[in-house]
Design a protein around this ligand. Structure first.
Ligand SMILES: [Zn+2]
Length: 402
């Protein structure tokens, strides 16, 4: 820890306290190690394709509220859609939900996070989007709702608080929100929590088919961040026989670094027969036991059945938003092969908490998770960051505050 003047003050206070054996009253309780400014800077999407950095007063922190100094926030596909088209009709809106930062002030009623872990000033936290009608939430006894239900920091309509998104230097977490203490994870891992939770959930969905085992042959189609993290989650489970399918050589190279045994570049094959033969070849003459579809392409959905053996399984998770209709032949693709199909979307609070452990395990077995964050921009360059994201020049683009 850096010894800034505030820390020195805290140490002196501690020493004096132990000498005098009594509490010295502090000016603001609970004490923060950093000076809190009067105003915060928020990247507000004010029109299609454009953010303005706005300055707002930091509101009074109530007994159940938490003020967080933002360290960073990943740009999600959802942010990209809002930036381009505003499908949720939120403009003006403070975006950014894959964020993390340090508690600088909190109300006296805040004692623990949503999982019951103690919370104090200085702890690193993330918030969580959950869906209020999710039955899994009760299983984990984390049935708290984010700001009144299905709402999410970073996708809230603007209001009097204004500090509602993680693309900012301070965010105001209101009483009753889902918040987790993740002080034991480094900044890059914390920025990756939200997308990783999507894959922890998808793999949990896949496991319900009973097909996914240590020695399963698994196809992961699509090697963007979602497909790459899918490979990582499978590796932490001990699944090793993974074939990655994509059309981009760099991404396929990364898939192998992440732990895919083989890769198949679909650009090198003409027609689905040749492509499925290549996948079969990669498995030493076998079709896959299980497949994860991680692209938003309808044609990719139509194709993937051809990679799967009779009685195998498929998890479709690529269509986070409506990407149009896909054609399959229900007789050949689904019925006669007795495919076990599961869909997957977002995650539950339980998966979210599991993701913290996944990230620790991924690090322990040496998976190159941090390399998923290919670009880091300061808050002032948020427009450029989004343009880079839309141009698909990297994998995960993040805003990182100084
Ligand atoms: Zn997201």
């Amino acid at each position: 820890m850096e010894m800034n003047s505030a820390n020195v003050e805290a140490v002196v206070k501690q020493v004096l306290e132990s000498m005098l054996d009594k509490k010295i009253p502090s000016s603001s309780a609970p004490a923060s190690s950093q000076a809190i400014p009067k105003t915060a800077h928020v990247a507000m999407l004010t029109s299609l394709g454009h953010y303005d950095i706005k300055e707002f007063p930091i509101p009074e922190v109530g007994d159940g509220d938490i003020l967080v100094k933002v360290e960073g926030c990943g740009i999600c596909g959802t942010d990209a859609h809002e930036f381009k088209k505003d499908p949720f009709g939120l403009i003006p809106v403070a975006l950014g939900h894959e964020g993390t930062g340090e508690i600088v002030k909190m109300g006296k009623n805040v004692k623990t996070d949503s999982a019951g872990k103690p919370l104090k000033v200085g702890d690193k936290v993330v918030t969580c989007m959950i869906f209020k009608d999710d039955p899994d939430i009760e299983m984990f006894d984390l049935n708290k709702k984010n700001v009144g239900g299905a709402d999410v920091y970073g996708l809230l309509p603007d209001d009097d608080i204004h500090l509602n998104g993680w693309f900012s230097d301070y965010i105001f977490i209101r009483e009753g929100s889902s918040v987790f203490n993740v002080s034991d994870l480094d900044l890059d891992s914390r920025i990756l929590i939200e997308p990783c939770a999507v894959l922890v959930h998808a793999v949990e969905r896949a496991k319900t088919t009973g097909i996914l085992r240590f020695n399963s042959r698994v196809v992961v189609q699509g090697c963007g961040p979602i497909g790459l993290i899918c490979i990582a989650v499978l590796r932490t489970l001990g699944v090793e026989n993974i074939v990655a399918v994509d059309g981009n050589p760099q991404r396929l190279e990364f898939a192998k670094k992440m732990g895919a045994e083989k890769s198949v570049n679909f650009m090198e094959y003409k027609g689905i027969e040749a492509l499925s033969a290549a996948v079969k070849d990669a498995f030493g003459g076998h079709l896959a036991d299980f497949a994860f579809q991680c692209t938003g392409s309808p044609a990719a959905h139509s194709n993937i059945y051809k990679f799967i053996r009779n009685g195998g399984g498929l998890c479709e998770l690529g269509f986070f938003i409506n990407g149009g209709d896909a054609t399959i032949n229900p007789h050949f693709d689904l019925c006669s092969k007795e495919i076990n199909l599961v869909g997957s979307w977002v995650y539950t609070l339980r998966d979210y908490a599991t993701t913290f452990d996944f990230l620790k395990r991924a690090q322990a077995i040496g998976l190159p998770m941090k390399e998923l964050i290919t670009h880091r921009f300061p808050l002032e360059e948020i427009n450029e960051a989004h343009e880079t994201n839309l141009a698909q020049k990297g994998l995960k683009i993040a805003i990182v505050n100084k």
